[in-house]
Ligand binder design. Structure first.
Ligand SMILES: [Ca+2]
Ligand SMILES: [Ca+2]
Length: 76
């Protein structure tokens, strides 16, 4: 299932561009972008419980590509 930030469930197939995702890549909201956020993203992808801010490449899908984007962002 995919949830919006407010806990509601997104319509399947709906692209949800949420401009409130101010902390790009900071998925656990601790104001730091590090390996913990990667773990957070991996878990949400595996369990299909990602919120809209986890779609780092804005393609509407939560998968390995978003994880790669986050890893690259941290390494850079
Ligand atoms: Ca974080
Ligand atoms: Ca994506």
């Amino acid at each position: 299932m995919i949830y919006d930030l407010d806990g509601s469930i997104s319509d399947i197939g709906a692209l949800n561009f949420n401009l409130n995702c101010s902390n790009f890549g900071d998925l656990n909201n601790d104001n730091d972008i590090n390996v913990l956020d990667i773990i957070n993203l991996v878990n949400c992808v595996l369990h299909e419980e990602c919120n809209v801010c986890s779609d780092l490449n804005y393609d509407g899908i939560y998968n390995i590509l978003d994880i790669i984007d986050l890893v690259n962002f941290i390494l850079n």
